[in-house]
Design a protein around this ligand. Structure first.
Ligand SMILES: *Cc1c(COP(=O)(O)O)cnc(C)c1O
Length: 381
C-alpha cells in the first residue's frame, strides 16, 4: 500500500512477463500504437501528442523541462512539497529562472489569489503544478489554477505522477498544456515508463525554440517521429523501447478505459474516503490541512503521540507495506498510504486492521476495531 510501485493486475503482470518481442514486430507496433491512442483517452486529451519513454517519472519531468525551457526563460513553480522542489531543480538545470509560490506551511497549498499575484509578476513561459504531491498527499485544484495560468498566457504543466489514472483529469477541458506521469503509480504498470502528453501549445513552444534541447535522450526532436510512426503502425527506431512494459501499458490502459474514467475516479474517492474515515475514528491527524486538499490516490497520516516510525515495521509484520515520511520538514512524524490502481475494499480493511494492530502493539491504548467499523460504514454508506 505504498504510493508506487503499486500492486498490478494479473493481466498486466502476464503482459510484463510474456516472451519479449522485437521492438519492430508487427504485433508490438500495433500494441505501441494502441497504447498511444489510449493515453489520449486516459488523459482527456484528444488534441495531445503522447510520448512513451523508457525511464521513470523523473525522466518525464526532465524531458519536459529540457524541451520547454531555453536558458533565461522564466518559470513559476507552484510548490506543494518534495516533487515541486524537484521540478524547480530540474528547470534550473536547463537554465530557467524559477520563481516559486509556496504553501504557507507543510500540508497546505498556495491559494488561487497567491498564484494569481505571482503570475502578475510575470510573464512566465510556463508554470508547473503538482496535481498530487506524494510527499504531503496534498491535491491541487488543477482546473482553477490552469484557468488563471491560461489567462496570463503561460504554459500550464502538470506533474500527474501520483494522479493520472486515479484522480479526475480532463487535460484539454481544463486547458492544461502538458501532463506527465510514470507507469508505476495509478497507471498500474511496473516501474520503467515515463509518459508525457503534450498539448498543441506545448508542441508549438517546442517547435519555436532557438537553443538546442539540452538533453540528448529526452529530446522530442528525436522522439516525435518515433511516436508518430508507431501511431501510424510503422517501424522506426531511436532508442529501444521498454518492450515488455509497453505491452503491459497497453493492457493496463485498456483496463482503465473499460472500467471507465469516471467510475475509476469515483472508486478511488470511495477507497480514500473509507481510509480517512478509519484514521479519523482512530484519532489520527492527516498531513493535508483541509478536506479540499485531500487526495484520492494517497493519504499522509501523522503518528499519534508516543508512536514513531516503528509503526511502519509493525504493519509490515501484519502483511501490509506502508511508506514512511518523505517531506524533509516532517519526515519522521508521519507515514503514507497509497490507495490507487487495483485497490479494493479488502485492501482497505487489511490496511486499517494492520494499522490498528500496529498501534496497539506500539502501546497506544485504543478502541480496537473502531477504524474497521468506520471504514465499513463509509464503504456501505
Ligand atoms: C513518484 C513521483 C515522481 C517521481 O517519479 P519517479 O518515477 O520516482 O522518478 C514525481 N512526481 C510525483 C508527484 C511523484 O509522485
Amino acid at each position: 500500500m505504498i504510493p508506487g510501485p503499486i500492486e498490478f493486475t494479473p493481466e498486466v503482470l502476464a503482459a510484463t512477463g510474456q516472451p519479449t518481442t522485437s521492438h519492430v514486430a508487427p504485433s508490438f507496433i500495433a500494441a505501441f500504437g494502441e497504447a498511444l491512442e489510449r493515453m489520449r483517452q486516459v488523459f482527456g486529451s484528444p488534441s495531445g501528442q503522447p510520448f512513451i519513454l523508457a525511464g521513470s517519472g523523473t525522466l518525464a519531468m526532465d524531458s519536459t523541462a529540457a524541451n520547454l525551457t531555453e536558458p533565461g526563460d522564466r518559470a513559476l513553480v507552484v510548490n506543494t512539497g518534495y516533487f515541486s522542489d524537484r521540478f524547480t531543480a530540474i528547470l534550473r538545470r536547463y537554465g530557467a529562472e524559477v520563481t516559486e509560490v509556496k504553501a504557507p506551511r507543510v500540508g497546505d497549498a498556495p491559494s488561487v489569489q497567491q498564484v494569481r499575484r505571482a503570475l502578475e509578476m510575470g510573464p512566465f513561459k510556463l508554470m508547473t503544478l503538482t496535481h498530487v504531491d506524494t510527499s504531503t498527499a496534498v491535491r491541487l485544484d488543477v482546473r482553477s489554477l490552469a484557468a488563471i495560468g491560461r489567462e496570463h498566457g503561460t504554459l500550464v504543466v502538470v506533474d500527474g505522477v501520483c494522479s493520472v489514472g486515479g484522480e479526475e483529469l480532463d487535460q484539454d477541458g481544463w486547458g492544461v498544456d502538458l501532463v506527465l506521469t510514470a507507469s508505476q503509480k495509478a497507471v498500474g504498470v511496473p516501474p520503467g515508463l515515463a509518459l508525457i502528453m503534450a498539448g498543441p501549445r506545448a508542441i508549438e513552444a517546442f517547435a519555436r525554440r532557438e537553443a538546442p534541447v539540452g538533453s540528448y535522450y529526452g529530446d522530442w526532436t528525436e522522439w516525435l517521429p518515433i511516436m508518430k510512426a508507431y501511431e501510424a503502425r510503422a517501424a522506426s527506431y531511436f532508442g529501444t523501447p521498454a518492450v515488455n512494459l509497453v505491452w503491459a501499458l497497453r493492457t493496463s490502459l485498456e483496463q482503465i478505459v473499460s472500467e471507465g474514467l469516471t467510475a475509476r475516479a469515483a472508486r478511488h474517492r470511495r477507497m480514500a474516503g473509507a481510509f480517512r474515515a478509519a484514521t479519523g475514528a482512530l484519532g489520527l491527524a492527516l498531513v493535508p490541512v483541509r478536506p479540499e486538499l485531500y487526495a484520492s490516490t494517497l493519504t499522509g497520516v501523522y503518528y499519534p503521540e508516543s508512536i514513531d516510525a516503528t509503526l511502519v515495521g509493525r504493519a509490515a509484520e501484519e502483511g501490509v507495506i506502508l511508506a514512511g515520511g518523505l517531506h524533509p520538514e516532517i519526515r519522521t512524524r508521519y507515514f503514507r498510504v497509497g490507495h490507487m490502481g487495483a485497490v479494493t475494499e479488502a485492501d482497505i480493511y487489511a490496511t486499517v486492521g494492520a494499522i490498528e494492530k500496529a498501534l496497539a502493539r506500539g502501546g497506544r491504548p485504543g478502541d480496537s476495531g473502531a477504524g474497521l467499523a468506520a471504514a465499513a460504514r463509509s464503504l456501505q454508506g
